[in-house]
Design a protein. Structure first.
Length: 405
């Protein structure tokens, strides 16, 4: 009768070594696959948020971190609704995908960031399922639409400006000749031998007001028929200092002290000096008018290596900061709209012309304010030599030159 081989409950050393080697190979393969998918998610420009069937967030990629303003560690294992308490549209997308198993899209979602600011995004949620069709979770892809919205608004604004410009040009041309006639008639009256001296006060008022209207007409024509910038390399600080020198008497009269905070290594900008002078003269005068009781006007410059608002180009950034009463968000949205003004006797063209100048230079402009604490007008202007911009290791310590003498 044959003897059955004895059953072994243990493995020999060679078999253990083989199993260990196989486990190590499988572990390395899994780690390589994990690293590959992490690199894949990290390279995407769209934000990716993975949500488990129970509603907890499994992971997010760097683009989602940047959009939300929070780190991945803060999201890990936290309920989706807890991390996005104010974003009803996003929660509704995830809920509908969970319930229906279908992909849902929303192209106009306002995402609340960690700092309380808002950004417009598009969002797509889709079901993650295994080979048997069982739900494994949800993938939410979010994309920043701010640039697209800004481009759409710029095109719409350009269309409005073109229409307004045509009307303004027609009105300006029709008004210019009668104004010249009024001024000439008033001056002729003053020159008459028997003209009563007591009435000269009234004719001088006529001449003065006609000159004021003529200045408005010239601004209308400037706005309606822009000549386009003649670009060349120029020193931004020299332009600013020349303006401050010319405005030194009005600044002193208004009891406004100018604090210049210049980046001493700021490269030259590519600009039309005459138009840039007009741009910053308007902003400086606006800052002074915002402080009827006097105060500090800060003019700050700095270098920015890659400005998203200017297509990633290297730029000079100028901030004109006043200590006035500021303005509320509703006014902020309309500041650059032609003929909108909050000043008595204002034309509403100053900031519209400023924005047009900046956009003609390929730059960008924004205004921010805290009611009761002043406002900040920020301008981005491209540098003249992008390839020779200062080193990324440049330390932008401001040369605080203090008030004007």
């Amino acid at each position: 009768m044959p003897v059955r081989p004895e059953k072994r409950d243990t493995l020999n050393a060679s078999e253990v070594k083989g199993l260990r080697r196989r486990c190590e190979e499988l572990s390395a393969s899994i780690e390589s696959m994990r690293a590959y998918y992490e690199d894949l998610l990290g390279s995407l420009q769209d934000g990716i948020i993975i949500v488990e069937p129970g509603g907890q967030i499994r992971s997010i990629n760097p683009a989602a971190e940047e959009l939300t303003g929070l780190s991945a560690q803060m999201f890990q294992g936290r309920p989706f609704e807890q991390m996005f308490p104010n974003d009803r549209a996003l929660k509704e997308l995830v809920r509908k995908t969970m319930e229906t198993g279908r992909t849902h899209t929303d192209f106009d979602v306002r995402l609340t960031r960690a700092d309380g600011s808002h950004v417009v995004i598009s969002a797509i949620s889709g079901l993650i399922s295994d080979g048997t069709g069982r739900a494994r979770g949800i993938v939410l892809a979010i994309r920043d639409q701010t640039g697209i919205r800004e481009l759409e608004e710029r095109v719409q604004r350009s269309d409005r400006l073109a229409a307004l410009g045509t009307v303004a040009a027609g009105v300006a041309h029709e008004i210019r000749n009668p104004l010249a006639g009024l001024r000439g008639a008033a001056q002729l009256l003053e020159g008459e031998p028997g003209f009563p001296p007591l009435l000269r006060e009234y004719t001088s008022v006529i001449v003065k007001e006609v000159d004021r209207l003529s200045a408005i007409v010239e601004r209308l024509l400037s706005f309606a028929t822009p000549r386009g910038p003649v670009l060349r390399a120029c020193n931004l600080h020299e332009i600013l200092d020349s303006l401050l020198f010319l405005e030194r008497v009005p600044l002193h009269t208004a009891r406004v002290a100018v604090q210049r905070q210049y980046d001493p290594q700021l490269p030259e900008i590519l600009a039309d000096p005459a138009e840039v002078r007009q741009l910053f003269l308007n902003l400086i005068r606006n800052g002074v008018e915002a402080m009827p009781n006097g105060g500090d006007l800060i003019i700050r410059t700095r270098y920015e290596r890659s400005a998203k608002c200017c297509g990633g180009r290297s730029v000079a950034v100028v901030e004109v900061i006043d200590q006035g009463s500021g303005f509320d968000p509703e006014i902020e949205r309309r500041l650059f709209t032609p003929f909108f003004t909050t000043k008595e006797g204002g034309t509403g063209l100053g900031l519209a012309i400023c924005l047009r100048i900046v956009e003609d230079h390929g730059g960008a402009m924004e205004a921010t304010s805290t009611p009761g604490r002043g406002s900040n007008f920020r301008v981005w202007l491209p540098l003249a030599k992008q390839s020779e911009a200062v080193s990324p290791h440049h330390d932008p310590h401001w040369a605080v030159q203090g008030p004007l003498p």
